[in-house]
Design a protein around this ligand. Sequence first.
Ligand SMILES: *[C@@H]1O[C@H](CO)[C@@H](O)[C@H](O)[C@H]1NC(C)=O
Ligand SMILES: *[C@@H]1O[C@H](CO)[C@@H](O)[C@H](O)[C@H]1NC(C)=O
Ligand SMILES: *[C@@H]1O[C@H](CO)[C@@H](O)[C@H](O)[C@H]1NC(C)=O
Length: 349
Amino acid sequence: MAKILVLFSTLLLATPLCNAQLAILAQLSGKKYFGTATDNSELTNTSYVAQLGNTLDFHQLTPANSMKWDATEPSRGTFTFNGGDAIVQQAESRGQLVRGHNCVWHNQLPDWVTAGNFDNATLLSIVQNHCGTLVGHYKGKIYIVLADSVLLCVVSWDVVNECLNDDGTFRQSVFFNTTGLAYIKTALRTARAADPKAKLYINDFNIEGSGAKSTALMNLVKELKSEGVPIDGIGVQSHLIVGEVPTTMRQNLQDFADLGVEVAITELDIRMNLPETPELLAQQEKDYQTVISACKAVRGCIGVTLWDWTDKFSWVPGTFAGQGAACPWDENFKRKPAYLGIVKGFLSL
Ligand SMILES: *[C@@H]1O[C@H](CO)[C@@H](O)[C@H](O)[C@H]1NC(C)=O
Ligand SMILES: *[C@@H]1O[C@H](CO)[C@@H](O)[C@H](O)[C@H]1NC(C)=O
Ligand SMILES: *[C@@H]1O[C@H](CO)[C@@H](O)[C@H](O)[C@H]1NC(C)=O
């Protein structure tokens, strides 16, 4: 196997014709997929869509925005799935699987949710209706088809997104303030009932390395499991900074997996202070390699998703002033050293 991989990598690195291989390498490493987030407005660029549908690189898509609450239930009880459906259709056209994202989050909420002054029971029924309708709409859509159907892998939902603060306390959202932890349990139970085959995740950032937030998440997962609340996975977002990948990442992913849940890298990008320099790009290559080797080394880490593959459509410059160049492809869709970092991570070079 090692020999085959080395041969394969030599071929890959030597020939410019060999276009793209991240998804293949992920599967050779025992992972279920390598994928990327995308957004509806990006689907008008035909060269972008061509690479998005390149299944040698991407087996999986995540809708970056169009399944969020403001997009799917803009007014109470009125659901619109057009944006999410378009991403799912794009994925289906290429045989790619989809991660649903997300059911309950404190951001991108419509005013009717945040300003509704609902009591506990009413808000829980709103969460239940939202998650049940959303997950139910995509039931059976969220799957992977492989030609030999060896891997019938049901894909996942980020049911609960970013419920913790960095210090490990619970985030004081409208949901937590009104219901306590009940919204988390209701969302998970409702999602399970709506699509019993989907893997249900809690997804968060700043849980790449060990620390207060990771410990709190592990305690939450233990509590949910002890109460029989369905929880199948931990989504480790991995919005990282060049030169700052936590040294405890591999061990931390293992600690999560040891709870008996799946782990996935769900939103990977590694940003830098602009302008980019050859030194920063070289460090970024190393950082991508570190993240991928950490996932590769942990059997329970089942897949990796980039938070878009090209700097052209990265969320970073719009959110972190003066930072960017976080993706493995540049704004002109040319592969950066970071791409090679991912390859090396999967090959453990
Ligand atoms: C939640 O409660 C805290 C503490 O009372 C308050 O500071 C915060 O503004 C509340 N957040 C929301 C979204 O209601
Ligand atoms: C909200 O209601 C649920 C279900 O009845 C209950 O378990 C939970 O403790 C309540 N939360 C608060 C903050 O009262
Ligand atoms: C797509 O994006 C590429 C890279 O930025 C650009 O060169 C091209 O003109 C865009 N195509 C369309 C149709 O917008």
